[in-house]
Design a protein around this ligand. Structure first.
Ligand code: NAD
Ligand code: MG
Length: 388
């Protein structure tokens, strides 16, 4: 029996993780489940999995959570500090699946307890970079990538010496707008952006996929997880999302990991590591798929990968600022306040006017993130005409 905590249990990654846990319930003891505001779903899951504690980040909803859990012996807690305390409880594995920098402090708390952390919450690593990797080293935690590309790379590196890597290629589906013109992109709606052709994901990452910022964030994520140097990290558009990423070695061998576009595959790889477990996913039928194609990214139409690469090259606080500005711009786009093409433009503007010193501690990362958000929001107020 192994113990597990899921930060962001009510989201897309949370649901996929719990689906796998549900299939082998006897093997798992659930410690903490957390959510932002959906008390009913959190309580339902906490009861189903007999969680030790359920935490709602929005403290104003704690009374509602307590009501929903009444009659059970599940602890209820609310607020950011409760989230961090729950994440710090001992668990064999924690799945970090909160969206955005909101997941940073709880993910760091899970890392500090020294167990295995399955990282889906890429924004936390992008934002905290060296601060997080130093915490992993210090606490002897094991950080397992759940993001499908990074999980693929992790699998392709197994048994090899990272010193022999010539390049690492992240694959990108290209998102729902990969063939759209700039004119069409200007009028792209939130509903169109969240309809990803291959993956079923939360709203924020779906928009990031559409702008290609997701791949930009993943480039920065990869630079921390696989320190081969930025010049060895590549991106290629692969519309079928079957090859999840590749590692090329000095002898000319390229290893790739393939699988269905279903996050339960990389999540299962992290849950069972270093073993393997069953998933309900359909086996890959390459003959039915027929062709796997690859093409260059187009940074004219999708500048986000350039912005992320530049932020990674600049290092220090630049990725923290990039991530924060992107979170604000994506939220504004989803609210119908800015045009799709303004997301990357806005991120670039914030990056060009806010360049603080590199953060050395978690508190400094959080302070820079907060200031970047304030500036990003202020910048939005000066945006021209809002969308209809
Ligand atoms: P989602 O929006 O479906 O779920 C997010 C979860 O985080 C929910 O449980 C929500 O309650 C919680 N949450 C949101 N805001 C919060 C806050 N302020 N404080 C505390 N909790 C909060 O998102 P998702 O698609 O599951 O993505 C989660 C993370 O995994 C993201 O970082 C995303 O980039 C990454 N990821 C997702 C996928 C995917 O297929 N969905 C793939 C790779 C990586
Ligand atoms: Mg990914």
């Amino acid at each position: 029996m192994r113990s597990i905590s899921i930060l962001g249990a009510t989201g897309s990654i949370g649901a996929s993780t719990l689906d796998l846990v549900r299939r082998e319930k006897g093997n798992w003891r659930v410690v903490a489940l957390t959510a932002n505001g959906n008390c009913a779903e959190l309580a339902r899951l906490a009861r189903e999995f007999s969680a030790e504690i359920a935490v709602i980040a929005d403290e104003s909803r704690l009374a509602e959570l307590r009501d929903a859990l009444s009659g059970s012996d599940i602890e209820a807690a609310g607020g950011e500090s409760a989230l961090v305390e729950a994440a710090a409880r001992s668990a064999d594995i924690t799945i970090a699946a909160i969206v955005g920098c909101a997941g940073l402090a709880p993910t760091m708390a899970a890392i500090e307890q020294g167990g295995i952390v399955g990282l889906a919450n890429k924004e936390a690593l992008v934002s905290a970079g060296e601060v997080m990797t130093a915490a992993v080293d210090r606490s002897k935690a094991t950080l397992l990538p759940v993001d499908s590309e990074h999980n693929a790379i992790f699998q392709c590196l197994a048994g090899n010496d990272i010193g022999h890597v010539r390049s690492i290629t992240l694959t990108a589906s290209g998102g729902p707008f990969r063939d759209w013109s700039v004119e069409q992109l200007k009028n792209a709606t939130p509903a169109q952006a969240v309809k990803h052709p291959n993956w079923d994901m939360g709203a924020k990452i779906s928009v990031d996929s559409a702008t290609m910022m997701n791949k930009g964030l993943e480039l920065i994520e990869a630079s921390h997880l696989f320190p081969v140097g930025l010049d060895r990290l590549r991106i290629v558009v692969h519309p079928q999302s079957i090859v999840h990423s590749m590692v090329e070695y000095r002898d000319g061998s390229t290893l790739a990991q393939l699988g269905p576009s279903d996050m339960r595959v990389p999540i299962a790889s992290a849950l069972a590591w270093p073993q393997r477990m069953d998933t309900p996913c359909e086996p890959l039928d390459l003959a039915a798929i027929g062709a796997l194609t690859f093409r260059e990214t187009d940074e004219q139409r999708f500048p986000a990968t350039r912005l992320a690469r530049e932020a990674a090259q600049a290092g220090g606080a630049a990725p923290t600022v990039l991530n924060a500005a992107n979170e604000i711009a994506v939220a504004a786009f989803l609210d119908g306040r800015i045009a799709f093409t303004r997301i990357a433009a806005h991120v670039e503007e914030v990056l060009s006017c806010y360049a603080p010193d590199a953060p050395a501690t978690l508190d400094e990362v959080i302070a820079i993130d907060a200031e970047a958000r304030t500036r990003a929001k202020a910048g939005l107020l000066t945006e021209s005409a809002p969308l209809d």
